[in-house]
Ligand binder design. Structure first.
Ligand code: HEM
Length: 437
């Protein structure tokens, strides 16, 4: 019996995102009504939302890698992959339970008790074993294999770095701990971008039916810029750490170049497709197109908030959250949905087209609301004209708009995700335990 590990991860990702959306809406409601569901107060709802959203990105990114190995029938040590999935899911459940119980202990983004980092690291070793032993003999690697390899190795290293605070040498010095902590977060985002961009380029290759894009010069430029970004990303994310301003400026430029190149690649690829290809793959095509538009919107925002005169007002406000969610939803999630849609045949088109429009229109409102509330708060704080309470009262209408558009965004995604799960269950258990196609 051959277990389709790629599909197990995809189901896990869909479940993670469904839960992430529910906790996200809960956290948004708590902006307006702080006492709403006090058992899962904001301090629990936020990390639950963020960790599950990150788990969605990793699950589908990992699923894409396994799916590739299974599709090409080159997967080795498949049982190790299955163990990887089991550890991933069991650790995830422990993390959710520990957040719900209010048992924290880690640092930002990894707020669960640090002992749970051990199974995560072990599961990643299984992933590395399966991946590298399967692809080692392939010659003339397409760019996505380089991206996935880099993502796998860098995640492991960066996750170790993120946990270095457990040693006194790091936690005894605030500057040292903060520096390493934020350096690791920058690389962490870089490592999941490698998995996601790899999945995106693989889908683009499959839709166009030729491998020239995944071996083109521009694709490798994207890889090297992404790699550089992965090392320098931290420099424009943390201002508390003493560092020369030129390092931060270089980091900004690299990060924006990466966005520009991925945007250009998708745009040019779109131009090479025939009408028949666009029609035949219309669902993944639409989501890739949406991701491209979001690349340019986020690029525009990134350019604006990198201007020092504007950054003074926006730094640390909801504008930064708009930047983070605009990228994780608009760019990463759209590419990941395109990947899922491409790899399975979805019969009911309207169950994809309707949520597609709900998601994109509400995401635009959601994103604008975050930027609006961030700017108003930033201006009031910097100019020091109002008290905290006055500021919160003045931005309340925008927070309500954020909450409603967020609820629609969640609704759009949930319709899509439940439709995907429903379709998936139609062919269960053959699609998980059946033969490799
Ligand atoms: C694909 C869907 C989503 C993804 C990938 C996602 C991702 C994220 C990420 C990465 C953060 C952390 C941002 C930061 O640290 O700056 C965040 C925060 C947050 N998200 Fe989402 N999100 C999604 C959907 C939603 C939805 C539908 C809502 C509902 C309104 C929502 C509400 C929130 C809230 C309230 C926060 C905390 C903001 C704060 O701390 O001020 N998210 N999300």
């Amino acid at each position: 019996m051959k277990i389709r590990i790629g599909r197990l991860f995809i189901i896990t990702g869909i479940s993670s995102l469904s839960l992430a959306l529910l906790f996200g809406v809960l956290a948004a409601v708590q902006f307006i009504f702080p006492d709403f569901i006090p058992e899962i107060a904001f301090y629990k709802a936020r990390p639950l939302h963020v960790s599950l959203a990150v788990s969605w990105i990793f699950s589908i990114g990992i699923g894409a890698v396994y799916n590739y190995l299974e599709e090409k029938e080159i997967i080795r040590f498949q049982f190790a992959g299955f163990i990887h999935w089991i550890i991933y899911v069991v650790t995830g459940i422990f993390i959710i339970v520990s957040y719900l119980k209010g048992t924290f202990g880690g640092r930002e983004y990894w707020e669960f008790p640090p002992v749970l980092s051990i199974p995560i690291l072990i599961s990643w070793l299984f992933f590395g074993l399966v991946f590298f032993s399967s692809v080692i003999k392939i010659k003339n690697w397409p760019v996505y294999l380089w991206m996935w390899s880099t993502g796998i190795v860098i995640f492991f290293v960066t996750f170790l770095e993120a946990n270095s605070w457990i040693f006194d040498y790091f936690s005894n010095s605030v500057v040292r701990e903060l520096t390493i902590q934020w350096k690791s977060y920058g690389s962490l985002v870089g490592s999941w971008n490698m998995l996601v961009y790899g999945a995106g380029l693989y889908v683009m290759e499959k839709i166009s039916g030729e491998d020239s894009y995944a071996k083109s010069g521009i694709a490798f430029v994207l890889y090297f810029v992404g790699l550089t970004n992965l090392f320098f990303n931290w420099a424009h994310h943390i201002y508390a750490v003493p560092a020369s301003p030129w390092i931060g400026n270089i980091a900004y430029v690299i990060s924006m170049t990466e966005l520009f190149i991925i945007g250009r690649i998708i745009w040019k690829w779109k131009g090479t497709l025939t009408t028949a290809q666009k029609f035949h793959h219309k669902h993944p095509y639409l989501f890739l197109l949406a991701s491209d538009i979001w690349v340019f919107l986020n690029l525009a925002l990134a350019i604006l908030i990198s201007v020092p005169a504007i950054n003074v007002y926006t730094h640390g406000t909801h504008v930064t959250v708009a930047h983070a969610m605009g990228s994780t939803i608009g760019i990463n999630s759209m590419i990941l949905v395109a990947f899922i849609l491409h790899h399975f045949s979805w019969r009911k088109s309207w169950w994809i087209i309707i949520p597609y429009w709900i998601i994109n229109i509400s995401l635009l409102c959601f994103w604008i609301a975050l930027i609006g509330s961030g700017i108003l708060k930033g201006v009031a704080v910097v100019e020091g004209t109002s008290s905290f309470q006055e500021i919160m009262i003045s931005i309340e209408p925008i927070l309500k708009f954020f909450m409603y558009s967020g609820a629609f965004l969640a609704l759009g995604f949930l319709i899509l995700l439940f439709h995907l799960l429903f379709e998936f269950l139609q062919d269960f258990p053959e699609n998980i335990f059946g033969k490799t196609e």
